[in-house]
Design a protein around this ligand. Structure first.
Ligand code: 13P
Length: 343
């Protein structure tokens, strides 16, 4: 195993003030978003949309790595240039989603276990040949009546660690994504407690499986009150709860943490990331890892709505995509402000 290469890639993924762009929606998820935006759910529409994203002018100024889906990593622009080459030419490292989705967990109603370990080693080697240098595996943890169970937390943590070990053996940096979902009426405090137990379990399993912490990126949820919780906390309180949770659970050897957006609006995701990185934050000098972003919806959604499947809207959609990426870049420096949102 080339540990130095893994460490170099991990560092490159969170370098400077940039982040990751998740554009790895599975075909069903992509089709669902297209349907909601009134866009035809065809392979050509998905290809055209992903071409719009990867050819956004200046994207490499804000994005270090882009996570692709199996269909997308094999696709090309209308002019025949592989998307992987477009990204590399823009200074963006290609990544790949390798889990096969979160499925209902046996004997645990309301809980999911992520599948995809069988045959993963072969798939990782094939993705490496296609140009991928990092990967993503998403585990999903719901908060509800009596859940998450210990069984759900431990099974998902174990799968994440096995995935991470296989990635590192294949020369691919694992992005380890345990997502505690926002859905529900739960409080900020319950999300913090749940996220803490999930992350404790994940790092224990990573240790047991021999994963090199310096050669991975953690992609957690921010600590948030449930979407249906009557009390919605301020940006500062959320930033403090998130950092407290991470300081208690994530070893300093991990080079970077890149949050998922999880259904937050683009503006809120930027504001909350900004509060964690702000020079006024009491935690700033204590952070052992970079705090970055790996958003899908919070970067893409305005662009998708503007595009609407029409060629004439591509330039405006690319501007909207660049704008959200740029806002998050500012948030990494602690320099984002809502005044950036004024057109
Ligand atoms: P969101 O930012 O839309 O939550 O997506 C991130 C992601 O990659 C989910 O796996």
């Amino acid at each position: 195993m080339n540990i130095q290469a893994l460490m170099d890639t991990a560092k490159a993924l969170i370098a400077g003030d940039k982040g990751l762009l998740a554009m790895d929606e599975s075909t069903p998820t992509c089709n669902k978003r297209f349907a909601a935006a009134g866009i035809p759910q065809t392979e050509e529409a998905r290809r055209g949309y992903r071409e719009l994203i990867v050819t956004t002018p200046g994207l490499g100024e804000c994005i270090n790595g882009a996570i692709l889906y199996d269909e997308t990593i094999r696709q090309r622009t209308g002019e025949g240039k592989p998307f992987v080459k477009v990204l590399v030419d823009a200074g963006i490292i290609p990544g790949i989603k390798v889990d096969l989705g979160a499925k209902d967990m046996a004997t645990h109603p309301g809980e999911k276990i992520t599948e995809g370990l069988d045959g993963l080693s072969d798939r990782l080697h094939a993705y490496f040949q296609l140009g991928a240098r990092f990967a993503k595996w998403r585990a999903v943890i719901a908060i509800g009546d009596g859940i998450p169970s210990r069984a759900c937390i431990e099974a998902n943590a174990h799968a994440l660690a096995r995935y991470a070990a296989l990635c590192q053996e294949a020369g691919i940096v694992p992005v380890v994504e345990p997502e505690v979902l926002m859905d529900g009426e739960h409080s900020l405090q319950l999300c913090q407690e749940t996220t803490q137990s999930v992350l404790h379990s994940v790092f224990e399993q990573l240790y047991v499986q021999g994963v090199i912490l310096e050669g991975l990126i953690l992609k957690p949820n921010m600590v948030l009150p449930g979407l249906q919780c009557a009390k919605q906390n301020s940006v500062e309180v959320i930033a403090e709860a998130t950092i407290t949770c991470l300081l208690r659970t994530v070893p300093a050897a991990v080079p970077g943490i890149a949050f998922l957006s999880g259904g937050q609006s683009g503006e809120l995701a930027s504001a909350r990331l900004n509060a964690m990185n702000a020079s006024s934050s009491p935690f700033r000098s204590r952070l052992p890892w970079a705090l970055a972003f790996s958003f899908a919806r919070a970067i893409q959604l305005p662009a998708l709505q503007i595009w609407h499947g029409e060629e004439t809207n591509i330039v405006a959609a690319q501007k909207a995509l660049y704008h959200r990426a740029d806002c998050n870049r500012a948030a990494r420096r602690g320099e984002y402000s809502t005044t950036m949102e004024v057109a």
